[in-house]
Design a binder for this molecule. Sequence first.
Ligand code: UDP
Length: 235
Amino acid sequence: MKYQRVLLKLSGEALMGSRAYGIDPQQIVSYSKQIKEIVDMGCEVAVVIGGGNIYRGIAGAANGMDRVQGDYMGMLATIINGMALQQGLEDVGMEPRLQTAIEMEQIAEPYVRRRAIRHLEKKRVVIFSGGLGNPYFTTDSAAVLRAIEIEADVILKGTRVDGIYTADPEKDSSAEKFSNITFKDVYQKGLKVMDMTAFTLSEENELPIIVFDMNTEGNLKKIISGEDIGTLVSK
Ligand code: UDP
């Protein structure tokens, strides 16, 4: 096993599957099974989940919503997704724990770092929802900060594309994939991996990021086993 403790970042959009909005239950099942596979190998897994399938503060602001209000709505969206994933993981026989960055004690634990680490040591998947609990941030920033806090070995950014390309492969058929790239090259080539706040935080803390296709079942296991799929961003 190449990685002992990982932070898996799943975007809200990834949960939509082929839908235009919301949560595709099949997607939850697929992700839950893949997560179980690596936990069964002995890997400690924390998940940060996005909310873009339901609400994004910046999109709301473009339509006249107050930005801060919209961002809180986005954070609540990530908690809805976290609850869906929690259920999915339970349905495949796991004992996940959901933590929120905004207190909601009737439905989840508050984020407590030591408690999260204890869960991980007991091989419980911890889902961090609610982002960082602050407006003007994204769940990518939450993923990086939580990964640093729990001392994860790597951030696994699951997307529907199988890595970082020279251009958007969904738009440009001549785009080529990088298997490895440095943080510096990402800046210099103007590539987009995460938003700048998140990316810089990752670089400063020398936390590697692997971008990979989470929609192909088995990929997560391949990464944990040390296979070179996706794109590794490192120092
Ligand atoms: N958000 C926020 N602070 C955070 C995390 C998220 O305000 O720490 C809000 C923000 O409005 C964001 C929305 O929640 O647009 C959903 O998160 P994100 O866009 O990161 O989700 P993803 O793109 O991963 O689906």
